[in-house]
Design a protein around this ligand. Sequence first.
Ligand SMILES: Nc1nc2c(c(=O)[nH]1)N(C=O)[C@@H](CNc1ccc(C(=O)N[C@@H](CCC(=O)O)C(=O)O)cc1)CN2
Ligand SMILES: Nc1ncnc2c1ncn2[C@@H]1O[C@H](COP(=O)(O)OP(=O)(O)OP(=O)(O)O)[C@@H](O)[C@H]1O
Length: 198
Amino acid sequence: MSTASEKQTLRQQMRSARRALSPHQQRQNARLLCRSVESQLWFQQAKSIALYLPNDGEIDTGPLIQLCWLSGKKVFLPRLHPTAKHRLIFVPYTAQSKMRLNCYQIPEPMIQGLKPRPAWALSLVMFPLVAFDQKGGRLGMGGGYYDRTFSFKHLPKGMNSTKLIGLAHDIQKVDSLPTESWDIPLQGIATDKDYYPC
Ligand SMILES: Nc1nc2c(c(=O)[nH]1)N(C=O)[C@@H](CNc1ccc(C(=O)N[C@@H](CCC(=O)O)C(=O)O)cc1)CN2
Ligand SMILES: Nc1ncnc2c1ncn2[C@@H]1O[C@H](COP(=O)(O)OP(=O)(O)OP(=O)(O)O)[C@@H](O)[C@H]1O
């Protein structure tokens, strides 16, 4: 079987599994995730943090976003790039942000004169994902948005201080994922059960 079709099969399996979690389980996992992230030094030290709004059964970032706001950290959300296809920009997100749905029906903050922040200028980016392995491998929704946006991480001497952490339900863990040349390895994955440094 080709890598592409293997990835597609796993993607469908994992997306169904996370969508099948009950609202109670989702709430509990979100709380546990928040507790796990809160104890990490890289979180405590970060001042500008990109998160995402949950879609398709993804682990809920609500409690984490609240915690960031309460502790004075700036929160950013991804927005599909207005001109560059399959790339993201990051827009400030507050309780007052006006939102609109993108073409995938995911809410994103409107720009409204706010200055989007380039990906390399964020201190911490929390990636959504469909499946992960403990070596930092990540399977996403298949659009290549995060891989393209963070491709500067492949440069030998780039602005490489942005920390990249995946967020997931622990059930999204697999033994090993096929790696592709464009994949951006994560530096750690936080779940409801554990933190996996890579
Ligand atoms: N919460 C969240 N926000 C995110 C992402 C994500 O994975 N999670 N993205 C991470 O990249 C970007 C959006 N990428 C996405 C890519 C595909 C689909 C999706 O549902 N695809 C449909 C087909 C949609 C269509 O073409 O009509 C599908 O596979 O069923 C959703 C988001 C930016 N924002
Ligand atoms: N840096 C890049 N430059 C050009 N094409 C890329 C780059 N990164 C990924 N792609 C293309 O994007 C497509 C989707 O890649 P992949 O299946 O790895 O996405 P994903 O990581 O699952 O999605 P996402 O990052 O949006 O969550 C592939 O066809 C790949 O060729």
